[in-house]
Design a protein around this ligand. Structure first.
Ligand code: C2E
Ligand code: MG
Ligand code: MG
Length: 599
């Protein structure tokens, strides 16, 4: 308000008052202060420039980030204009849209460069001149590092740092561009799987298993040529793509050569390890040109390699597709097979070699599937082990053996004792002992009527638990046999540590007797070893008289095989046991007959 005092002509004191509404101005001032405070105190670095990028003002976040004083900055040009091409990018954006957004490379006063996420917008000049520019930005170097890490992780295997499946996919796509002549390059894709990694993990701990994988990854990376690629897939498979390979033979040669350095012995936790690797190979373009198809086929070949044993290299062939389909079919039918009682047991006698008398039987599982026909255990047990159904299947076998024992005992069939095969997977099941006890009690079976057959791999998996389990079985009077001895670890330490009663000499060593020198040496050594350790020895797969003679001379106490009798169904077994205590019944010309009787 403005007041002017004056005297009227009449001499009266009067006032002239002018009142103006300034609330809008006050509001504008308040706004200006607010904006200034916001500018000054904003978390993001901000600068106000004229249309030529000359700095008019900067805020505190700016001076902090750049490391300068406000007064020094005013009147200068922003440091990010020093970086080539950034100004032209900015100008282009401003011209077309009046604003720009993007990442700017910036420099601090100390020379340190960093990446910032920035926005530049034009603001009207109050005096009507060229528009001013507001630039705000933040340091995103950390975010970038993080992004890089995420990027790395999504394309690499954590343990080994090798590229993963996604990276392989990208590489394959980019490398798969047909050559100049339009031809797809010849390549071999090899899927490699470390043999018995699970056993290493169980025996020495996962840390040691990891070390083995890391070392193999290191070696793979080292042997990778310019046109090659190595990746690690889920499920412990390595993939190696080798360029310029024309046919299966060449692929096998190259891979075998590389396996030599890949599987050289190494020390892990002071223990010498001789790693082996099974390899499946698919060829491009012969078996496919698409990565997933090649992987699938190489995987089938790998599966086939695994079936043959350790350190095998197999190239895909179209029959493998059938084999895989058959496996899948088995897997699908196993369940209903068990529900529909399609499983049955056959029995094969074992004999005391000194007097040819039957001392017991081995129960061997058979599957009579209406769709698949008679399927052998070698076909379906690995499938059942993989999908876990072996637990139920094994429980059925044991229950059935106990039931049979009770029946034969009642009928007076002299069966001696019955050996039952157990899968390593069953031995990892905490309910195993209870299931065995229940079946035995239900049918009144004595421990001495049962032998449990395990393979050497059971002893390696969780040794402490296994010792405990075997001891409990022993306490029940059950005797323990190590099956297929000589094919696995054949560790003397295991034989000493574990409570076992029998060793079954694998039939692969009996096969070459008596002429094959190494078979003869192995057989004699195992028999000798058994005798020294006070273990019983059972020779498997005795088919000929000369094998029998060799075994007897070497001091083997017990034998089993086609020479004495093939596995038989229940009726034939009972008939044989009732009528003959000595085997073989009739000398089959030193050769064995064709079919399993009763099958
Ligand atoms: P295994 O326990 O070593 O059984 C001996 C295998 O050798 C049997 O094969 C038997 O038929 C065969 N065999 C016996 N005598 C001779 C011979 O003179 N010459 C030749 N060449 N072979 C002979 P099968 O019945 O096919 O069983 C194969 C394997 O399947 C068994 O090997 C065993 O590991 C497994 N298996 C069988 N039944 C069961 C079971 O109920 N549970 C588990 N977990 N595995 C089983
Ligand atoms: Mg057996
Ligand atoms: Mg065996």
């Amino acid at each position: 308000m403005t007041t002017v005092r004056f005297q009227s002509l009449e001499g009266e004191a009067q006032s002239f008052v002018v009142a103006r509404d300034i609330s809008r101005r006050l509001e504008a001032e308040r706004q200006l202060k607010l904006v200034a405070a916001a500018f000054r105190g904003a978390g993001e670095a901000m600068m106000l420039c004229d249309s030529d990028f000359v700095i008019l003002d900067v805020n505190q976040a700016y001076t902090r980030l750049i490391g300068c004083e406000r007064d020094d900055a005013i009147g200068t040009l922003p440091l990010f204009l020093e970086v080539e091409q950034q100004e032209s990018h900015l100008r282009q954006g401003l011209q077309t849209e009046g604003r720009w957004r993007g990442d700017l490379l910036q420099r601090r006063m100390d020379g340190h460069m960093f990446v910032s996420r920035a926005a530049v917008s034009e603001v009207e000049d109050p005096e009507g001149g060229d528009p001013n520019l507001v630039v705000n930005f933040e340091d995103i170097s950390q975010l970038r590092d993080y992004e890089r890490k995420v990027d790395y992780l999504s394309y690499h295997d954590l343990l080994t740092g090798l590229p993963n499946h996604d990276a392989l996919k990208d590489w394959f796509q980019s490398a798969d561009i047909p050559g100049e002549a339009g031809a797809i390059p010849n390549r071999a894709l090899a899927v490699m799987n470390v043999d018995r990694l699970k056993t290493v993990n169980n025996a020495f701990g996962h840390a040691v298993g990891d070390k083995l994988i890391e070392e193999l990854a290191r070696r793979l990376r080292k042997m990778c040529g310019r046109d090659d690629y190595v990746a690690r897939l889920l499920g412990d498979d390595f993939v190696m793509v080798v360029g310029d390979v024309t046919d299966a033979e060449e692929a096998i040669d190259i891979i075998r050569q590389r396996l030599q350095s890949l599987t050289a012995p190494l020390q892990l936790d002071q223990a010498p390890v001789h790693p082996t690797v099974c390899v499946g190979i698919a060829l491009s373009p012969e078996h496919g040109i698409n990565l997933e198809e090649l992987l699938r086929k190489a995987d089938m070949a790998k599966y086939e390699a695994k079936r043959h044993g350790r350190g095998e290299v197999v190239v895909f062939s179209p029959e493998m597709t059938e084999e895989m389909e058959f496996r899948l079919l088995i897997e699908r039918r196993l369940r209903s097979g068990l529900d529909n009682q399609e499983f049955l047991l056959h029995y094969q006698p074992s004999v005391t070699l000194s007097n040819n008398r039957v001392i017991g039987l081995e129960a061997l599982l058979r599957w009579h599937s209406p769709e698949l026909g008679m399927v052998g255990p070698d076909r379906f047990i690995p499938v059942a082990e993989e999908n876990g159904m072996i637990i139920e299947l094994g429980a059925w076998v044991f229950e059935e053996v106990c039931r049979q024992i009770a029946e034969w005992r009642d009928e007076g069939v002299p069966f001696g004792c019955i050996a039952v095969n157990f899968s390593p997977i069953q031995f990892q099941d905490s309910g195993l002992l209870e299931a065995i006890r229940t079946s035995m009690q239900r049918h009144g079976v004595q421990g001495c009527e049962i032998r449990v057959e395990i393979t050497e791999s059971v002893l390696v998996i969780d040794p402490d638990w296994t010792v405990q389990l075997l001891k409990s079985l022993r306490e029940m009077g059950i005797l323990i046999s190590v099956d297929d001895f000589g094919t696995g670890y054949s560790s003397l330490a295991y034989l000493k540590k574990f409570p076992v009663d029998f060793v079954k000499l694998d039939k692969s060593f009996v096969g070459g007797l008596p002429h094959d020198k190494s078979d003869a040496n192995i057989a004699a050594s195992v028999i000798d070893l058994g005798q020294r350790l006070g273990l019983g020895i059972v020779a498997e797969g005795v088919e000929r008289k000369n094998q029998l003679e060799f075994l007897k001379n070497a001091g083997c106490p017990e034998g089993q095989g086609y020479y004495f009798s093939r596995p038989m169904d229940v009726e034939n077994t009972a008939r044989l046991l009732k009528n003959h205590t000595e085997l073989p019944v009739s000398r089959p010309d030193d050769e064995c007959s064709e079919a399993e009787s009763g099958e």
